[in-house]
Design a protein. Sequence first.
Lengths: 117, 109
Amino acid sequence: EAGVAQSPRYKIIEKRQSVAFWCNPISGHATLYWYQQILGQGPKLLIQFQNNGVVDDSQLPKDRFSAERLKGVDSTLKIQPAKLEDSAVYLCASSLRAGVLLNTEAFFGQGTRLTVV
Amino acid sequence: ELKVEQNPLFLSMQEGKNYTIYCNYSTTSDRLYWYRQDPGKSLESLFVLLSNGAVKQEGRLMASLDTKARLSTLHITAAVHDLSATYFCAVDSGNQFYFGTGTSLTVIP
């Protein structure tokens, strides 16, 4: 079974530039998550989609971050303009979660390491 | 907001020793997950705990869940160098995952 695919793996940009990340979840997974992981910290949820609808984006800095999930499958996360403090690994995860499920285990992609200089 | 605390944050232990990592959380949940993260890598699922009293074991690692105490433990038996990594617990609040702070484990030969 193919896992969660993310691209690019690495990105270096200057502050105030724009950047976009792409995620392809595991086939059939209804829920897709974007997490931000700053070095030395645990992942922090930015946005959660259920199919192509947003379930939770309370921690997404909406003045600069945006995300969409096209047709309930692939997703893109964009930062515009980037700040130095956005340097982090951006992880995409997916889970089967749909309706009432006991096991909602999330599977993670390799992540995109963003460096803002 | 649900809070998930792990301790210790850093753990250095000798090969062959035993130790336990603790994960406390602040709200009712009966779904807890343990993940492992190697430096520069993504998160790898280790254990899925879905009920009070659940216990799972894989090799030298054993995880348990006490939903009444809102506590999960990850026990390491006879540590080996290959277990060096950062371990995260994640609690499912029913709507989203909340991750703990992580425990960075270093096993010294």
